[in-house]
Design a binder for this molecule. Structure first.
Ligand code: ZN
Length: 113
C-alpha cells in the first residue's frame, strides 16, 4: 500500500513547516484527498499516527476532506461526476472518460502553536 509512503511524505512537509515557523507543536492538519486518488482514508490515518509518533505532529488532529471525482466524457462532451476510476459515465455508460478532478492529494492547512 502507498498510504505509508504518503503518510511519511505528509509528515516531512508538516515537520519542515513547523521548523521553519518555529512551532512547538502541530495542532491540526487539513488534507484534501480526491475520491479518485485510490487512497484508503482510514489506512492513511493509521499510517500517519504511527509515522508521527514522537514527532511534533504526534497529537495533531487530521482533518481529511474528500474531493469528489469528476471526468470529462467524450461522447457527452460534458463534465460528469465519477465515483471511481473504473466506473463508466453515469449519463451514457461510456468509458471514454478523462478524470479532471479528484485524483490529487494535498496538504491544505497546517495549524501550529
Ligand atoms: Zn457520457
Amino acid at each position: 500500500m502507498h498510504e505509508m509512503a504518503l503518510a511519511e511524505e505528509i509528515l516531512q512537509l508538516v515537520q519542515s513547516t513547523a521548523r521553519r515557523e518555529g512551532a512547538r507543536e502541530v495542532k491540526a492538519i487539513t488534507l484534501e484527498i480526491g475520491a479518485l486518488a485510490a487512497l484508503e482514508v482510514e489506512a492513511l490515518r493509521f499510517c500517519f499516527s504511527s509515522a508521527a509518533r514522537n514527532s511534533c505532529a504526534e497529537n495533531a488532529a487530521l482533518d481529511i476532506r474528500e474531493i469528489p471525482g469528476e471526468a470529462w466524457c467524450l461522447p457527452c462532451a460534458a463534465r460528469v461526476p465519477l465515483p471511481s476510476l473504473s466506473a463508466p459515465c453515469p449519463r451514457c455508460g461510456s468509458y471514454q472518460l478523462q478524470a479532471v478532478a479528484g485524483t490529487e492529494m494535498r496538504v491544505k492547512e497546517i495549524e501550529i502553536v
